[in-house]
Design a protein around this ligand. Structure first.
Ligand SMILES: *[C@@H]1O[C@H](CO)[C@@H](O)[C@H](O)[C@H]1NC(C)=O
Length: 247
């Protein structure tokens, strides 16, 4: 039996709280139009984007997995499960492409990464280690203008406009964001929960965030005998980051 030391870094800022959430997850236990976590980015100019997260749910309706709005555009960068179409959609600047035929089974952890490059206009989603089709959305200017990033709800206005029927109910962890397209090798390392270069915009191991009521930060649940199960098991980030300066 292995014991993991829980190193918790807790730094308060005016905007939110910066925590090392390695080994932890957000639990959204209830359908509401309020419960969410606001993730405060380290950078606000995105010539390209990679967003990765792991989530676990049994919802049988639309739900948001990652919602980034700007002043003028509430679907600036959105990862959204469209239940009627049975596809996970990647929205950029209010345009979107859909990925269907995915084994989005309930009550399992799913690792999802989405990349977008503004000069090529290409989006690509990765689902549980599998690269999906590279699809054209649009070439456009870098995403910027005061981003607000929220998990747990979908923004229909800048920082609000939540709809309980699009909320996320379940668990989520390991949210990272980069302002560039990370390599396929780095994505595979993320998916396999191996060492990878953490997000330079959002880093789960030093996450500046604000949590509302009805969201819990809990330890990931790890079986005693099956440490190799899929998902948000305790991982090597804690060891990795313990030796590296976080700020
Ligand atoms: C987009 O991809 C091209 C080709 O790989 C690359 O040269 C360019 O730097 C990328 N742009 C951004 C903003 O990452």
């Amino acid at each position: 039996m292995k014991f993991f030391v829980c190193l918790m870094m807790l730094v308060s800022t005016a905007a939110g709280v910066i925590m090392d959430l390695s080994g932890q997850m957000f639990t959204f236990p209830q359908e509401t139009n309020t419960a969410h976590v606001k993730l405060i980015p380290e950078l606000v100019n995105f010539p390209a984007v990679t967003v990765c997260h792991r989530s676990f749910t049994d919802l049988k309706r639309d739900h948001s997995l990652f919602s980034l709005s700007s002043t003028n555009d509430h679907n600036h960068f959105l990862v959204f499960m469209n239940w009627a179409k049975q596809e996970i959609q990647s929205h950029v600047h209010s345009l979107f492409v859909g990925y269907g035929g995915l084994d989005y089974a309930p009550n399992k952890w799913h690792s999802i990464c989405t990349t977008w490059n503004s000069s090529l206009g290409l989006v690509q989603m990765w689902f549980n280690g599998q690269p999906l089709v590279r699809k054209y959305i649009a070439t456009t200017f870098p995403l910027t203008t005061n981003p607000i990033i929220i998990v747990g709800q979908e923004q229909d206005s800048h920082g609000g406009g939540f709809d309980a029927k699009q909320s996320f109910v379940g668990m989520m962890c390991d949210v990272h964001m980069w302002n560039y397209v990370i390599s396929p090798c780095e994505i595979q390392k993320y998916m396999k929960e191996k060492n990878f270069t953490p997000g330079n915009v959002l880093n789960w191991a030093a996450l500046n965030h604000q949590k509302t009521e009805k969201v819990l930060t809990e330890n990931k649940q790890i079986g005693c005998h099956d440490l190799h199960e899929e998902g948000c098991r305790n991982n090597i980030f804690a060891q990795h980051f313990a030796s590296a300066p976080l700020f």
